[in-house]
Design a protein around this ligand. Structure first.
Ligand SMILES: NC(=O)c1ccc[n+]([C@@H]2O[C@H](COP(=O)([O-])OP(=O)(O)OC[C@H]3O[C@@H](n4cnc5c(N)ncnc54)[C@H](O)[C@@H]3O)[C@@H](O)[C@H]2O)c1
Length: 407
């Protein structure tokens, strides 16, 4: 195995950190699960959420004993954590990031850095003034598949890179349009909330600044359906709808049941109904799109995002003057073919991709803890975070204008 992929069993983290988490939703489970399994590395001492009952539910599920708060500032003042992990919806990353950085508390901020460049700049200003680390949670860079693709590219084995094709096939359309992600005001639209991951990967793999972006996208499937209702529970066509979500039935697994309770808790506390119709829920984003990014080093990249897919995976195809590479994150496979000899080399990473996001999540958390302990430069910080948002905003603008946007 190539050296770039760290062994997940690396136990060299020196002392336990006090961790606080902002936001108690789906992504928070990744972090609670990690610290419940690696208690010697970090102790979750506080969680804040605008709906504190959600934090209570998650803590109970993971058997973690931490204080719950509604107010993030009060949490930071009370539990005085070494680090804070920010898992609020995308538009709400800026406030807790700035708050923590001002108090010299290390920050692991979930992607995207924010939904606007103005908010990214507020975080950058606070980070520059702080002695604490601002770490951007671009987890995919830590996954064995993408880390190996990057190493093959930078080793020069493929020669001069000419094109990179990246795809995200996502099964998440089955829930996306009943969550906040469907509104630009919360997530910036799919080009930001989803594609920021992949634009970051392209920026990283290309190894140069992007020069221009062209993008096209459409809401092809999840359009309003006059026969359906606003919520599944009131819908006359629920029995024939493949996207029917039943809030009254006990879920098949304990985890799915907890997850349903979390959604019902949101609903009971004035949030959105748990079973919003995917078709009739208002939305201002799309369900499939393609972007073309030109880089200043004469690399062209394409990225396809489609949330209507039957399986979730990310794939990448890279063509250089001396060889090409094809990778599939779900299958944990990479194949490199030399152009002149036709020789093939395959990487079988199946044993390394267990865990969230193809093995990326646990590696990222471990790297964050190391980064804080060693006070080193984060693998991804504010400049990578801002650049991904810049490309994503250009893609959104290109879709609106129907023309190429120069960066
Ligand atoms: N890196 C990844 O692969 C990955 C995967 C999923 C989500 N994410 C990111 O994680 C973040 C959270 O996403 P999610 O799917 O868990 O969302 P979610 O809606 O499930 O959870 C967000 C939680 O934040 C709470 N909240 C909202 N505003 C708040 C505030 N101002 N202060 C405190 N709490 C607040 C909500 O009540 C909710 O419980 C997003 O930025 C998302 O893009 C990253």
């Amino acid at each position: 195995m190539m050296s770039v992929v760290k062994n997940i069993k690396d136990n060299s983290i020196r002392s336990k950190m006090k961790i606080a988490i902002v936001g108690a939703g789906g992504r928070t489970t990744t972090f609670l699960n990690y610290f419940s399994q690696h208690p010697s590395e970090g102790e979750v001492v506080g969680i804040s959420d605008v709906i504190p009952e959600k934090a209570e539910l998650l803590l109970k599920y993971y058997k973690i004993n931490a204080q719950v708060f509604k107010d993030t500032e009060k949490m930071l003042d009370t539990v005085k954590p070494d680090a804070v992990i920010i898992c609020t919806p995308d538009f709400a990353h800026v406030e807790p990031s700035v708050l923590a950085l001002k108090q010299k508390i290390h920050v692991l901020c979930e992607k995207p850095m924010s939904t606007t460049l103005e908010d990214c700049d507020k975080i950058i200003e606070a980070a520059k003034k702080s002695s604490a680390i601002f770490y951007l949670g671009f987890n995919l860079r830590h996954g064995p598949v993408h880390a190996t693709v990057h190493e093959v590219i930078t080793s020069g084995r493929l020669g001069k890179i000419t094109t990179i094709e990246a795809n995200e096939y996502y099964y998440g359309g089955k829930t996306y349009f009943r969550r906040w992600n469907r509104f630009q005001k919360f997530g910036g639209g799919l080009w930001i909330t989803k594609a920021c991951h992949d634009f970051d990967l392209l920026n990283w793999m290309a190894g140069a600044d992007p020069a221009s972006v062209y993008a096209t996208a459409s809401l092809s499937h999840y359009k309003a359906n006059p026969q359906g209702a606003e919520q599944c529970r009131h819908c006359q066509i629920q029995h024939e709808c493949p996207d029917f979500f039943d809030v009254f039935t006990t879920q098949p697994s304990e985890w799915e049941q907890v997850w349903k309770e979390i959604r019902m808790t949101t609903e009971k506390n004035g949030g959105e109904p748990a079973d919003l119709c995917l078709f009739n829920a208002k939305k201002d984003t799309f369900d499939n799109g393609i972007a073309v990014v030109n880089y200043k080093n004469d690399i062209r990249a394409t990225y396809t995002v489609n949330v209507l897919a039957s399986r979730s995976s990310r794939q990448m195809r890279v063509i250089g003057t001396d060889g090409m590479l094809e990778a599939d994150m779900e299958h944990g496979s990479i194949e490199v073919i030399e152009r002149h000899s036709g020789r093939k080399h395959t990487y079988d990473l199946r044993e390394m991709i267990a865990g969230g996001h193809g093995g990326a999540d646990d590696r990222m958390i471990k790297d964050f803890l190391h980064t804080c302990h060693l006070g080193k430069k984060p693998k991804c910080g504010w400049s990578e975070g801002r650049l991904a948002v810049e490309v994503a905003l250009a893609a959104r603008e290109s879709c609106q204008r129907g023309s190429v946007v120069k960066l």
